[in-house]
Design a protein around this ligand. Structure first.
Ligand code: GDP
Length: 192
């Protein structure tokens, strides 16, 4: 791989309800930080990150776009979806409503994005769950409102990849992007 900065540039979009943690996932990916009180008016719009997929011997530059607050107006335009190879469809595992609403976000993606786009369903904020034994978070625990099993089942029905993550602890954040990237590279290899 000597001399190669990257082999592919892939556009990712991050979608889902307001406050599920989209900006936080992006900041965690690109900056390895977590902000407890990010300013919603200063929503992160864009971040890029190099990741290596060792088994493919490839370096991939991810260009990730966040909705930056526009989700509350449902004003996301076609240009946002254009050229996207991957999508993180995010809900909050402690908010049933955000999981229910993920259906309409997916419908939006299906309507506007490339049909071959790889979409990964991301259940964020697992650090808040009382059932997350690995959590060392000092934040007050909230009740999980979406089980892993039902989300996994829905993801399977819809042909989505699935992972649970925490922008706060960093758990599975890079892994979510990596899993989607592997799937995209696999499609490239198959000529899809
Ligand atoms: P967005 O509107 O979807 O971009 O959500 P933000 O990234 O602005 O996050 C909304 C709120 O949830 C903020 O107060 C974040 O600090 C918090 N948050 C985001 N991700 C996590 C997480 O993984 N765990 C916890 N405990 N809080 C989170």
């Amino acid at each position: 791989m000597a001399g190669v900065a990257w082999h592919y540039v892939l556009k990712f979009i991050i979608t889902g309800d307001a406050a599920v943690g989209k900006s936080s996932l992006l900041i965690r990916l690109t900056d390895q930080r977590f902000l407890a009180n990010p300013d919603p008016t200063l929503g992160v719009e864009f971040g890029s990150k190099l990741i290596t997929i060792p088994e493919e011997n490839k370096v991939v530059k991810l260009q990730c776009w966040d909705t930056a607050g526009t989700e509350s107006f449902r004003s996301i335009t076609r240009s946002y979806y254009r050229g996207a190879a991957g999508c993180l469809l995010v809900y909050d595992v402690t908010s049933r409503q955000s999981f229910v609403n993920a259906r309409s976000w997916l419908a939006d993606v299906r309507e506007h994005a490339d049909p071959h786009l790889t979409c990964i369903l991301v259940g964020n904020k697992i650090d808040l769950c009382t059932d997350d034994a690995s959590s060392t978070s000092s934040a007050p625990k909230r009740k999980r409102e979406v089980t892993t099993e039902e989300a996994e089942l829905w993801a399977k029905e819809e042909g989505l990849l699935f992972v649970e993550a925490s922008a706060k602890s960093g758990a599975n954040v890079e892994a979510a992007f990596e899993q989607a990237t592997r799937d995209i590279l696999e499609k490239v290899r198959r000529g899809v």
